[in-house]
Design a protein around this ligand. Sequence first.
Ligand code: MN
Length: 240
Amino acid sequence: LPDQLLIALIATRQTHLKRGPTYEIPQAYLDAILTAGGLPILLPTNLPLTALPELVNRFDGFVLSGGGDVDPALYGGRANANVHAINAERDAFELALIPLVLAADKPLLAICRGVQVLNVALGGSLYEDIASALPAAQRHDWYPNYPRDYLAHTVEVEPSSHLARILGTRKQRTNSLHHQAIWQPTPALEVVAHAEDGVIEAVELSGKRFVIGVQWHPECLPEEPAMQKLFSEFVNAARE
Ligand code: MN
């Protein structure tokens, strides 16, 4: 497949009451990568971690997708009643993968949980639950009883950032399907967007081909030209 861009996405273990476990990812991520011209290939999190260095070499780009909460123990956080869906296998897989992707300078697009696990992998910490930690914050957890493309709030983007150049705007309306967010950003990442309440909504890493993390879900906004551009610029970076 000489001209095909292989974009790795992570398939996460799900358990079910009446059948065996499955490895899954929402289709919207696959559609977004296909539309942008890449071939989405799933990596299940039960792969041996010793395989990761060679796998990183073989792929052209990596997507960290949304999902359950990172275990607070991994960032010195505290137990919180609203922390849910901790997946130790996924945490370990992504924390092993991220440094390898960055060291190889492969393009990385991190979405929702992805931006959180990226921050944790580089030594930062999270709010275990925005509403508990920041009672004055606006609502960010517009799920599960809302459409996933509901534009919940505005995000202010740092004008000089890579993300602003891609989106073509300083103020972007976004969906918001998260109850956690970055608390202490690692110095390794630049914070490049906030919601009106100050909650961090995007980070990036300059000096790399493409490392951008967004707290919203661009894959659920397939009709939005700015979100199409985010995926197409990511795939274009993987092509270079
Ligand atoms: Mn939000």
